[in-house]
Structures are given as structure tokens and as C-alpha cells.
Design a protein around this ligand. Structure first.
Ligand SMILES: NC(=O)c1ccc[n+]([C@@H]2O[C@H](COP(=O)([O-])OP(=O)(O)OC[C@H]3O[C@@H](n4cnc5c(N)ncnc54)[C@H](OP(=O)(O)O)[C@@H]3O)[C@@H](O)[C@H]2O)c1
Length: 266
């Protein structure tokens, strides 16, 4: 973890799941952690847990679906004089069910957090990273970004944006000393599944145990990929193998499979 020694890391969605694990794993190495989420009590508890001499931890409450709050976060950051050297765009949420039955406010929040806030934070912080000639951006995407996913159509599309954006930005930044990595986990046991489930439907997000990777391992794989300057990582050998094969299947066969699944579930 030499790469992270003395870094200033901004982690969005640090109040639970994978984001909390990023904070835990970076705390022994970083000079400063900037933890962002809506639940300040959770961030405060994490700060107490991770506190050590030589480490400064700032907790910022911000609803990243709200443009005004995202701008306020950036303004507070600029005023604090902290220069972020590692941006971990981790905050995100899903929605499980048919698009035609979705709640618009949930869809809109997903677009705002998964796409807009991630892009805005990157846009605001990137010039400083480039000027410093050293830094990294770790975007938490998903294996859902690699194939269309019925009943998670918008979520998968937001993550396809994240993976595509990360790859293009990485190419643009070649030679600047700033790397971009897309972390593409399969199912992880966090609060994500409960939040993605629609209340009252009795349906829950299918997540076969065999595909599951612990949040701790997912965060480690992400940080390891940053350290090795890798473009993309799928944590867990089994998920990685299955997804690598799945992405090689011709799209017309994928379409047959996806359409059949929809007919079965109706
Ligand atoms: N779990 C999985 O199966 C899985 C698989 C692939 C990819 N991912 C991705 O991994 C990332 C982390 O998810 P997770 O599994 O750790 O889920 P999680 O436990 O639900 O954590 C999500 C984090 O995002 C934050 N967040 C959500 N909405 C926000 C908003 N409007 N403003 C600010 N922060 C917000 C939450 O904080 P507050 O609620 O306190 O605001 C929380 O800290 C997400 O991008 C997700 O899409 C997850």
C-alpha cells in the first residue's frame, strides 16, 4: 500500500458497505480521509474507530442527488485547502423491478448519484490532480455495466456509463500521472440489496451465494488495482471468469436469453 502512503482520499458513500471498507483499508496509510455520505452519525462512528495520530478525518454530510449539496461539498473542500490525491467515487444505489413500474423519483436519484455526482466530483477535482502530476480516481462500477440487465435496466445503464467514462478518461489522462480505474464487483452483501428492493413487492434482488464476494475483498481488489494502475477489475476469480466468458457471447444470443427471462418472470 506504498502508493497510498500520505495520500488525501475523498471517499463517497463511506457510511456503509464497500465505502466503509475503503476507509478502513486506507486509514493506516493516508494522511487525510474525507468521508462523504448522508448519514453523519455513521461517518462519526467510523471516524472514532479509525482515528490515529497523523491521520486527519473530515466527515461531510451531503446528499449527492442534490446538486446544491454537491456544490457545497466542493466549496467546503476548496475552503479547507485539502488537495485530494485519491478520489473514490463509490456512492451509488440500485432499483430492482420492471422499468415501467418504477418510481420516477428513485430513477432520478439513481441517475443523479450514480452518474451526475460522480462526473461532477471528477470534473471539479481532476484539474488539481493533473497539475500535481500524480493521483488516482477509483470509480465503483459493477459487473452490471458489462451486459444489459432486465429488471435493473437503469442501474445497469448508469454503471455502463461509469465503466465507459472511466475507460475514456483513463485514455485521455495517459502520461499525466493520473490513473483511472473502474471497479466492477458482482454481488456483495451490503445494504445495497435491501435498498434496491421495492417495498411491498415481496421480491428481492437475486444474488447467488456462489457469486458473492465480501465487501472487504472488493475494496482490497479496487485499491490493489489502483496501485497496479489497472484499467478495470472484477473482484473474485469465479465472478471474473463467468463475466469474462459472458462478455464474449455474441449479443444476439444474449438477447435471446434476456427476452426469455422476461417472459418467464411475467
Ligand atoms: N452490493 C453490491 O452487490 C454491489 C455490486 C456491484 C456494485 N456495487 C456498487 O458499490 C457501491 C457501494 O455500494 P454498497 O454495496 O457498499 O452499498 P451500500 O452499503 O448501500 O452503500 C452505499 C453508499 O452510498 C451512499 N449513498 C447512497 N445514496 C447517496 C446519496 N444520495 N448521497 C450521498 N451518499 C449516498 C450511502 O450513504 P448514505 O445512505 O449514508 O447517504 C452508502 O454509504 C455502489 O456504487 C454500488 O452501485 C454494489
Amino acid at each position: 500500500m506504498n502508493f497510498f502512503h500520505g495520500c488525501t482520499a475523498l471517499i463517497t458513500g463511506a457510511s456503509s458497505g464497500i465505502g466503509e471498507q475503503f476507509a478502513r483499508q486506507l486509514a493506516p496509510h493516508a494522511r487525510s480521509l474525507i468521508l462523504v455520505a448522508r448519514r453523519l452519525d455513521r461517518l462519526g462512528a467510523l471516524k472514532l474507530e479509525l482515528d490515529r495520530p497523523g491521520l486527519t478525518i473530515h466527515c461531510h454530510t451531503a446528499d449527492l442527488a442534490d446538486e446544491v449539496q454537491t456544490e457545497a461539498l466542493l466549496a467546503a473542500l476548496a475552503a479547507s485547502g485539502e488537495r485530494v490525491s485519491l478520489l473514490v467515487n463509490n456512492a451509488g444505489l440500485g432499483d430492482h423491478g420492471f422499468f415501467e413500474e418504477s418510481d420516477w423519483s428513485r430513477v432520478s436519484t439513481m441517475l443523479d448519484v450514480n452518474i451526475k455526482a460522480l462526473t461532477r466530483l471528477t470534473h471539479a477535482l481532476l484539474p488539481d490532480l493533473v497539475r500535481a502530476g500524480r493521483g488516482a480516481i477509483l470509480n465503483v462500477s459493477s459487473v452490471a455495466s458489462l451486459l444489459p440487465l432486465p429488471k435493473m435496466a437503469v442501474y445497469a445503464a448508469t454503471k455502463a456509463y461509469v465503466t465507459s467514462f472511466s475507460e475514456a478518461l483513463r485514455a485521455e489522462l495517459r502520461g499525466t500521472g493520473v490513473s483511472v480505474t473502474a471497479l466492477c464487483p458482482g454481488p456483495v452483501s451490503t445494504e445495497f440489496g435491501r435498498i434496491a428492493d421495492r417495498p411491498g413487492t415481496g421480491e428481492s434482488l437475486p444474488a447467488p451465494e456462489i457469486f458473492k464476494v465480501p465487501a472487504e475483498d472488493v475494496a482490497r481488489a479496487g485499491l490493489d488495482a489502483v496501485e497496479r494502475d489497472r484499467a478495470r477489475v472484477i473482484p473474485g476469480w469465479f465472478v471474473c471468469t463467468v463475466m469474462t466468458i459472458a462478455t464474449l457471447v455474441p449479443i444476439f444470443i444474449v438477447r435471446l436469453f434476456l427476452t426469455q427471462r422476461r417472459a418467464e418472470k411475467r
